[in-house]
Design a binder for this molecule. Structure first.
Ligand code: ADP
Ligand code: MG
Length: 311
């Protein structure tokens, strides 16, 4: 493309809230044959909410479970963590302090309570919680890594939540599974349309997520996405992009999170969601200021138009 065509294209993009950082990015986008999208915060709105709490032991109330989970998640920056803390606040629950907080990237969090949670008078079975106990909140792989074995009932409950598109957050203490918190996010209606348009353009759409396989599959079905890669660890998102490129694909990656940044940089074209993290925006070539996936479609169309005009 000529410099003028690129300038015009970049200007048109900017008018739509599509910030194209370089002329090269605009040229690269036209050859895109595969679009890889992150799920949470990219396809979905990223406004996560706790929908249900399922305690799997006799001696603990749902409120106490939420207090424990919120105590750990208060120290995490994950969108799931925020949902748990917000839920505790909305129920007017106090959030205990913890020590020895550890976040395992793409898995979960743990820590030791430094305050008691007294038993609730309304629930006679409840034992309450003593300071000094260690707790864990995360996904199934995380709990398994600390030696928790989930029974059939728990596995069924997890599956049921996931089949509705919710992310199951699992809570445990050492040697004992405690319960499940179901966290839901809303699919943006603009995402559905963007995916349909990409497919009409002959572009293959892949959803790439660290989330539960079953949760991802529920979202895939709802949006008619062709391919899903789930339960990917943060470092493996980038690997997936490299693999696609090695097969000769021209790959655009769309993401919002810190864990998407290496994949955004590794793609032929990285597109960041404007409402996402700074790190994602720094690593991307194009920023979708309106956080609308239809603008990713526009970016590819614009790129094709600019190239056509100068021939
Ligand atoms: P993504 O943002 O694509 O869902 P992540 O790699 O950030 O992927 O997280 C993968 C999974 O790890 C989450 O779906 C969740 O089950 C678990 N996880 C990560 N961080 C936390 C956290 N702070 N609390 C609970 N679970 C977490
Ligand atoms: Mg995300």
């Amino acid at each position: 493309a000529t410099p003028v065509a690129i300038m015009v294209g970049t200007g048109v993009g900017a008018g739509h809230g599509i910030l194209i950082k370089s002329g090269e990015a605009l040229q690269q986008a036209r050859e895109t044959d595969t679009v890889v999208m992150d799920k949470t915060g990219t396809i979905t709105a990223g406004r996560l909410k706790c929908m249900q709490v399922d305690v799997c032991v006799e001696d603990m109330s749902a409120e106490t479970l939420i207090q424990i989970a919120a105590a750990l998640e208060k120290k995490s920056e994950h969108p799931l963590a925020e949902a748990v803390v917000e839920h505790a606040k909305s129920l007017n629950l106090s959030i205990p302090e913890i020590r020895e907080f550890t976040a395992v990237f793409g898995r979960g969090v743990e820590g030791v309570l430094t305050e008691d949670i007294p038993p609730r008078r309304m629930i006679p079975e409840e034992a309450g919680v003593k300071a000094g106990k260690r707790y864990f909140v995360g996904n199934q792989a995380y709990l398994e890594s600390i030696g928790i074995v989930l029974d059939k009932v728990a596995l069924q409950k997890i599956a049921a939540l996931a089949d509705e598109g919710m992310t199951p957050l699992l809570a445990a203490e050492k040697g004992r599974f405690l319960g499940i918190i179901g966290v839901a996010d809303e699919v943006k209606s603009s995402s559905r349309e963007a995916i349909r348009r990409f497919k009409e353009m002959g572009i293959h759409v892949v959803m790439l997520t660290g989330d539960n396989r079953r949760t991802a599959e529920a979202v895939r079905k709802r949006l008619d996405i062709e391919e899903v890669v789930a339960e990917v660890l943060p470092q493996d998102k980038e690997k997936k992009i490299r693999q696609l490129r090695e097969k000769g694909h021209k790959v655009a990656m769309i993401g919002d999170g810190i864990n998407d940044a290496p994949a955004l940089a590794a793609a032929d074209v990285g597109m960041a969601i404007g409402a996402g993290t700074d790190v994602a925006m720094e690593s991307a070539d194009i920023i979708l200021m309106k956080s609308d996936l239809r603008d990713a479609v526009t970016a590819v169309r614009l790129s094709r138009a600019v190239i056509r005009n100068i021939r």
